[in-house]
Design a protein around this ligand. Sequence first.
Ligand code: NAD
Length: 545
Amino acid sequence: MSDTDNQPIGVDLLHNPLLNHGTAFTEEEREQFKLRGLLPPRVFSQERQVQRSLENYRKKPSDMEKYIYLIGLEDRNETLFYRLVMDNLEDMMPIIYTPTVGKACQEYAHIFRRPRGLYISAEDKGRVAEVVANWPHDDVEVIVVTDGERILGLGDLGVNGMGIPVGKLSLYTACAGIHPARTLPITLDVGTENEKLLNDPLYIGLPQRRLRGAEYDALIDEFMTAVTERYPNVMVQFEDFANLNAFRLLNKYRNAYCTFNDDIQGTAAVTLAGIYSSLRLTGGKLSEQKLLFLGAGEAGIGIADLIVSAMMDEGLSEAEAKHRCWFVDSRGLVESTRTDLAEHKLPYAHEFAAQPDLLSAVKALQPTGIIGVSGRGQMFTQPIVEKMAELNERPIVFALSNPTSNSECTAEEAYTWSDGRAIFASGSPFDPVEYKGKTYVPGQGNNSYIFPGVGLGVVAVKARHVPDEMFMAAARTLAQLVTEEDLAKGRVYPSLKRIREVSGAIGTAVAEVAFAKNLASVARPNDLPAYIEGQMFQPVYQHDS
Ligand code: NAD
């Protein structure tokens, strides 16, 4: 049912989440769109709808129930969903994204209600373009895609990983105002190695082993061609691919398409921002730091690569900069005599005596900062943090592994063991800590500070690629937005309450890089910040629709 200019009417309008206003349809709209009788008679403001939704949300007995409630609201009325989430972002981000979204992915097949996003499977080989053509929107600007092989810290969840692109794109809208109709979550179902899923009769993906090698690569190539043919200016964010594919695909596509990998590059930028902020407390330059990473995966190598670029910007050679980044993995220090190293670790395998563990590596290398990205909890032990505090007046201690139970140490441990001197940041949020009469507010190195703003800048100027300079600019901008008051409390990131401002500023900085590097496809507007801000979706009802 629709009128002549494709405006849905009646129940079709109520079932269109992008256009539905529910009980907030005005008398005139109810008349015009043949809604009379299909809604209870009283007209409500959006504020009242938010009040009702919040009441329902708060009544839900578990985080999983809250997740299901919010996704249900998104399916009914996206404008209201975004109003609610944006007004309560600190409360709801851990529900629509990590950690609850991880649990939701684990149970995805069992809590499945209705599909969201686009599923492209191994069986679509040769006809991926037809599948992409089925998506109902013509102006998609941002795609988040996963193949479900390494969902958060939870491993291979196959097609159940769809919760991740859905959640990430919600954050693009909530944090940076990318219009929801211009976002497209995609899961590539290339099978799974997860026995539990393979044996689950309710599993919603192909019950088969993963494609590998040439067949896998051909499907990804076909996917990239299909989405960019239909959406020539689209930015494709790769998310939660396993190491063996993540680095390879990034290197293969980064100069051919408008694409990036958030686990590698987004994490890198948010961590670099935290280090820049830390330097405002310690007083040194980035190029004077020696950083020791625990964990040499996507996050660790991604962070080090960006730090190397940023150090080179300060005048170091590439070799000098690499020598300032060191890694300990599950087998000890990554060094040049080791024969068991995956390719992505080799650039950081420096000549040095073997060290069996992190403590011995800290003693031998005397780093200014330790960065935990191992996915293993309790790895920053008391002797390690104490040694860092002995070596440095203000040691940088970033425990970035998620969820909270995997954090390399807690905020309280970092402050207590360093006598209040550690500059601490974590991947998952920690409550403020009281220590010797002072309140410390730990910063959360949340990727949501970075990727939405980067996406905003890229799509606003239709950039052709997403080079590392954009992530460096994003990191610098984020660090500049940290106030003296934040720093005084030990907090190296701004409050999440300022996320729209943060994303707008990062969007502007990223767009500047696009113009400077001749990657933009639009003419430079006179007032770039205003232009960027003008692109941001606001969750208000358009009563003239
Ligand atoms: P990954 O699987 O790619 O890498 C993990 C690395 O840790 C691997 O190299 C592995 O060999 C190593 N490792 C495992 N056990 C170890 C041990 N006992 N000692 C030393 N190293 C060990 O994962 P990733 O994407 O790099 O993510 C790692 C962690 O970082 C995860 O917990 C993730 O949640 C977290 N992370 C945080 C942020 C953030 O704070 N913004 C962003 C991305 C990832």
